[in-house]
Design a protein around this ligand. Sequence first.
Ligand code: CO
Length: 134
Amino acid sequence: MLNRLNHVAIAVPDLAAAVASYRDTLGAHVSAPQTLPGHGVTVVFVDVGNTMIELLEPLGEDSPIAAFLERNPGGGMHHLCYEVEDILRARDHLKQAGARVIGDGTPKTGAHGKPVLFLHPKDFHGTLIELEQA
Ligand code: CO
């Protein structure tokens, strides 16, 4: 069911500082920032060839990554995103297997304009998983 790793996401308290460290210190290609009000984040993507790194900064008052940054004030790895061929089939299979899909199970549109869902970290060894139909 899982295809390639689309990205590893890192939540950061200061996106401009994170962009500078990836672009200037690490010499990576970093995309322009994208605000995603429906997800409560501003994101950039770092292209590292075989996958991407997504840098996430909270956007708005009730950002879903605010609590994470309270626990990890310096930032930290937030989720892994795997590609799936058919997100509704993947969702139904996972629910049947007892995995918890976050929210009401309806895919949202992700940063790449494609449907995404998140799976509860307690069901996957402490790692939040994003599925993207790609
Ligand atoms: Co993501």
